[in-house]
Design a binder for this molecule. Structure first.
Ligand code: ADP
Ligand code: MG
Length: 708
């Protein structure tokens, strides 16, 4: 994926309802600007352009796709009404075309009416429905896009007119434009279902200043300000509760439906709903830094990472259409020349049917939409997927590697005991350890800080060594707090027992150790069983901890493959070894502490508890918002379901095409049926893709999610 610079803007593209147009705009702009800087996103109807090029982009788009308008964040305005006008005119035109088409049949039924009226009405219907298509085809030819679907339709219908098949020509254009209208509606609907996520952020907040409560825009609230959140309201900004207690509904953010109690001192996130009493919250992040803002940003970018199938389709469409035109040409010319008693008019007609059927609409519309819906479904389940390509890799995962602490265990260590050497008390050991751990966010540090007699601040220089521990330089002393590997590096021989232990050494000699224990997550066993049942063949535990506690945990969970004593970079090596010899992607799941490198190195890096850690959000491909391990199988199911829908659509569309192409060449079908089938399969495919979003919500689809 190309790196995306900071000064690029995300703008909306209004009226973007065909993916081929999206690709055309992207290609044209990248050619014009000379670099690979522009991304057009069909499912979200957005474009990313460098800010200084927006005017150029506007002009280029106006030239190649006059129906599409670019709207950037600052140019909100009254123009929207203008678009509604365009929309109404479009519907009116299509409606009139349908009427004229229907009326065209009257003279055939009522013999008293002159036949010429029928022809005139069919021509009227043709012109009303077809003029945008023909205009686009001419523009396409002007731009040297000789082979797009508009050109196909125009060729086919003008050909039909030349053969005197007026009803046929009108039917093609009328069905095509009705189909496009329905399709645009379906696309628009699923788009808004997914982007409704964006509505999670309230736009205003109750700012408390000098005891007065004033409603202001979230942009005007800064970190440090105090805001009020009343019962039933959405929390507008990330902050810490300073008064009141409540139960929070975080379902929109994390997919977790159980309310969570929160009270003074707890952090709350923008987007959750205050289900209890009135709160006062000290804001800790600006509105564009909030967790939900970052999530939305990631989702926006997610759609820009295309799945291999999508990339294939784009290339496929470039070759496919010219190929079909060539075949149609051959069908029109060769049989009459080579076979006796075959007329040109019969074979030209068959070639025209072929042209109509060949439109790859169903595929190019439904496939990106399917991935988009899959990403949307995942985010409804509290799973952030960073790209369509990630969904695809997930499908092929057969090897899962996991971190221990915070992933298979609940990430809360308890102190089981403290052992001291001559001259040190238990409190000394705890205090030294707490000083060293005062700035670490490792679960071990949390446990020690929880138990420390009083909150100590470090009064020296700290150095955290990932996977080993901490060095503290306190006055003239060198204090090492960490595992046997750290002690080894300090030249101290230690014996480790059967537990996770933190050794404390002062100036090169051992002062004592803290013995810790952690418990497996309640859901670990069931999740692992679920993964195995889904066809995951190998589950591997990778940890930086010592052997015995690792072995104990692995045994209790039924994991046979486990590796211990690993530094973060050793985990990377292990993941690479797991992949060796096969092309199957490897999934690594971790809590994001000390495992950013391996999250990035794995084909699918899964970070748990994403609302907490920035590094994990950055490095992972998939972020599970709530700290829930069982969302990993859910993510696999969503990926499989998405791919199933995409394949269904592809197979359905291609199969139907194959059938109709054969029928067309044999002369068994007319243009009518061809268009009808094409429009029908497109709409079915769009609905099939979009309905993914509802999976897991309705009863039947929930079953899909379980059995996919
Ligand atoms: P895991 O792979 O189990 O998540 P980590 O890679 O985070 O473990 O850490 C591996 C080991 O390094 C821990 O078991 C611990 O012994 C030691 N360690 C890491 N960070 C710290 C710390 N802040 N304080 C003490 N020990 C630490
Ligand atoms: Mg860890």
């Amino acid at each position: 994926m190309a790196s995306i610079g900071g000064e690029r803007m995300h703008c909306e593209l209004e009226g973007l309802d065909c993916p081929v147009c999206a690709q055309k705009i992207e290609d044209a702009l990248n050619k014009e600007l000379g670099r690979n800087e522009v991304r057009v996103n069909f499912p979200t109807a957005t474009i990313r352009v460098p800010e200084q090029h927006i005017e150029r982009a506007r002009q280029v788009i106006a030239r190649i796709e006059p129906g599409v308008r670019i709207r950037c964040p600052e140019d909100r305005g009254p123009e929207r009404n203008g678009d509604a006008g365009v929309f109404r005119r479009h519907h009116l035109r299509v409606g009139l075309a349908v009427l004229a088409f229907a009326a065209g049949w009257l003279p055939r039924l009522v013999t008293a009416l002159p036949a010429a009226w029928g022809t005139a009405l069919f021509l009227l219907a043709f012109a009303l429905a077809g003029y945008p298509v023909i205009a686009a085809a001419l523009r396409g030819i002007g731009q040297k896009h000789v082979f797009d679907e508009n050109v196909l339709m125009t060729l086919a219908t003008v050909g039909a007119l030349a053969l005197g098949e007026y009803p046929e020509a009108a039917a093609v254009m009328v069905f095509f434009s009705v189909g496009e209208t329905l399709q645009a509606a379906a696309v628009g609907k699923s788009r808004s279902a997914i982007t409704s996520l964006m509505a999670l952020r309230p736009e205003s907040a109750h700012l408390l200043r000098d005891g007065v409560d004033k409603v202001v825009a979230v942009e005007d609230v800064s970190p440090g300000d105090l805001i009020a959140v009343y019962p039933g309201e959405r929390i507008p900004l990330d902050g810490v509760i300073t008064s009141g207690e409540t139960s929070l509904d975080t379902s929109a953010l994390t997919g977790e439906s159980n309310p969570r109690p929160a009270t003074i001192g707890d952090e709350v996130h923008a987007g959750s709903i205050n289900g209890g009493g009135a709160l006062q919250v000290r804001v800790i992040r600006g509105h564009d830094q909030s967790a939900v803002a970052r999530i939305l940003d990631l989702v926006q970018n997610a759609v820009e990472r295309r799945a291999p199938v999508e990339r294939f389709l784009t290339r496929f469409a470039r070759w496919y259409t010219p190929g079909v035109v060539a075949v149609a040409g051959a069908v029109a010319i060769l049989p009459p020349l080579l076979i006796a008693e075959q007329t040109f008019s019969t074979w030209i007609y068959r070639a025209l049917v072929l042209l109509v059927i060949s439109c790859p609409c169903a595929l190019v519309v439904s496939v990106p939409l399917g991935y988009f819906a899959g990403i949307g479904l995942a985010s409804r389940n509290g799973i952030l997927v960073k790209g369509a390509d990630v969904l695809d890799s997930l499908v092929f995962v057969r090897t899962v590697a996991m971190d221990k602490t915070g992933t298979l265990t609940d990430g809360r260590f308890a102190i089981r005991g403290i052992e001291t050497e001559e001259g040190f008390t238990e409190d000394d050991i705890l205090e030294l350890a707490a000083r060293a751990e005062s700035r670490s966010n490792h679960p071990i540090a949390e446990a020690i800080l929880r138990s420390a007699p009083n909150r100590v601040n470090d009064s020296g220089a700290l150095e955290e060594i990932p996977g080993r521990g901490i060095l503290l330089h306190l006055r003239d002393h060198r204090i090492a707090v960490g595992n046997p590997r750290l002690m080894e590096a300090e030249g101290i021989a230690v014996r480790s027992g059967g537990n996770t232990e933190v050794f404390v050494a002062v100036d090169g000699s051992l002062a004592g150790k803290i013995v810790l224990g952690e418990t497996a997550r309640a859901e670990s066993r069931a999740t692992l069983a679920d993964l195995r049942a889904m066809g995951i063949e190998r589950i591997v535990l990778l940890t930086g901890d010592v052997e015995q506690p690792t072995a104990k945990l692995a045994k209790s969970l039924g994991i046979e493959d486990y590796f211990w004593g690993l530094l973060p970079e050793d985990k990377v090596t292990h993941v690479e070894n797991l992949r060796r010899g096969s092309n199957e992607p490897v999934l690594f799941a971790g809590d994001g502490i000390n495992d950013a490198p391996v999250l990035a190195a794995a084909d699918v890096g899964v970070a748990l508890g994403g609302l907490g850690s920035d590094a994990a959000l950055e490095a992972a491909d998939l972020v599970i918002m709530e700290d829930r391990l069982e969302r990993i199988p859910t993510a696999l199911r969503i990926a499989r379901l998405t791919r199933k829908r995409v394949l269904q659509n592809t197979a359905g569309a291609l199969g139907l095409k194959a059938v109709f192409l054969t029928l067309a060449v044999l002369g068994l079908t007319g243009i009518w049926a061809a268009v009808f089938a094409d429009v029908g399969v497109t709409i079915l495919a769009v609905i099939n893709s979009a309905s993914l979003l509802r999976a897991g919500v309705s009863g039947r689809a929930r079953k899909d999610l379980r059995t996919a």
